[in-house]
Design a protein around this ligand. Structure first.
Ligand SMILES: *Cc1c(COP(=O)(O)O)cnc(C)c1O
Length: 234
């Protein structure tokens, strides 16, 4: 898959350029390859090109892939980046390394209870709604700290940071505001000795990764620029 190799090189070049512009270290920005609606073969090829973090949106599709790619399970991280309903938390807790879309305490509690003892604590991010009313997912920015505080107390979870999904034209918070919120919450949590591993600001996708890196993103989630366009779900 020659195009995949070229796409990955292109994205890597964009990340490096953005890091130089922002005066940041390349190693401080993780690349999450968003593989939703793309085949196991493509994921395998991307892995062979050196990518080790994959993001999926739909639980059942993701689990089929995770099982299919069991032989490399120990070498890759699977991140859930799609909305999570409470009847699917057990599957998420059993199969993923990260869940980035926690936006209410009940979901976090279920993930904590359902995370198998034999696995490391589940890494979670709190999803913040930066687009105001009318968007369904994410906690309101004013409530993000309280939710972080509560989630940090749950035993089988490791609170890693914040994530947001921009909706062009609707956002009431800019990427820069999101960075400000992240820093305030991080400082408060550290001051209270909660969530020592709160180090992740998951913002930036194919179209805005440069802006996100400028705004302090530590994890960009890139789908189209790596795998090409998706056949949308019917
Ligand atoms: C699909 C998706 C992405 C990747 O978007 P691209 O524009 O294809 O890079 C990133 N984050 C989330 C939450 C997504 O659902």
């Amino acid at each position: 898959m020659e195009y995949l190799k070229n796409n990955i090189l292109g994205v890597e070049q964009r990340i490096q350029n953005a890091c130089i512009t922002a005066g940041r270290n390349r190693n401080d920005v993780a690349l999450l390859a968003v593989s939703k609606l793309h085949s196991v073969d493509k994921i395998n090829a991307a892995f062979r090109e050196g990518l080790t973090r994959f993001g999926e949106n739909y639980i059942q599709e993701a689990i089929d892939k995770i099982i299919h790619l069991d032989s490399i399970r120990g070498q890759i991280e699977w991140h859930l980046i799609g909305p999570l309903q409470s009847n699917k938390t057990r599957l998420a807790a059993e199969h993923f390394d990260w869940v980035q879309t926690v936006d209410r305490l009940k979901i976090a509690q279920r993930l904590s209870e359902q995370r198998p003892q034999k696995l490391a604590p589940l890494n979670v991010c709190i999803q913040v709604n930066i687009s105001g009313e009318g968007t369904k997912s994410g906690v309101a920015p004013e409530q993000a700290f309280n939710l972080c505080k509560e989630v940090s107390l749950l035993p089988r979870l490791c609170l890693r940071g914040l994530m947001a999904i921009p909706e062009p034209g609707k956002d009431t918070l800019s990427l820069g505001d999101m960075q400000g919120l992240f820093k305030v919450i991080q400082t408060q949590l550290l001051a209270q000795n909660s969530a020592p591993q709160f180090d992740t600001l998951s913002i930036g996708m194919s179209d805005d990764l440069e802006d996100a890196i400028q705004a302090g993103s530590t994890m960009i989630r890139v789908g189209t620029a790596i795998f090409g366009s998706r056949i949308t779900k019917p």
